[in-house]
Design a protein around this ligand. Sequence first.
Ligand code: ADP
Length: 208
Amino acid sequence: MIAPPGAGKGTQGAVLAEHLGVPHIASGDLLRDHVARRTEIGRSVQQFVERGELVPDDVVLEMVRSALLVADDGYVLDGVPRTMAQARALYDAALEMDATADVALHLQVGEAELVRRLLARAEEQGRADDTDEVIRHRLALYDEVTHPILDWYDERGILVSVDAEPSADDVSRHVITALEVVRQIIAGNPDAPRTAINLTGLGKAFGA
Ligand code: ADP
């Protein structure tokens, strides 16, 4: 899953993982857990996470790699890759494990709604990086270094883009419907070239 902060990766990732019966592996959750447990990794990443900076690629990749190794039947990966270097490294790691990404799921939400959601979450959860200034920085980093990697998945034909502004339940329905279509395409011909699916215009086209 590749989406800006506040787009709903955590919510939709959990729903999707439950639907598919696979683990939901979220880099942000893993990092926050390390910080809370004051592990060596936690101490080394705390400042990056609290300031909304990207944690160094090698730390994230090593942490995620360990989580992937025990997820034999697939997984929903949330928050990685966030840089082109991470995307390449994951691609190589997956090849080594004889695995591949079936789908790159992109949740699209406009900036005003993202800021609104993150500030609302700040009131409820008090996450250290949900302050106005850090939120702006995380959004800018997303635009600059994460969003561009979507092109790579688009070219591979595995990008599924969904409008994630509607209610969480509606977005879940759209995501699951789109992924069930992809599942049937893959089952029918696993090695066939694929075409990216863009559902972000659906709402406008049908007025809902
Ligand atoms: P959000 O998408 O709302 O920023 P996450 O929980 O995905 O929330 O990430 C929180 C923070 O964890 C990021 O701001 C960053 O500091 C760190 N982080 C998570 N994933 C990565 C990653 N793949 N590469 C570098 N840093 C990461």
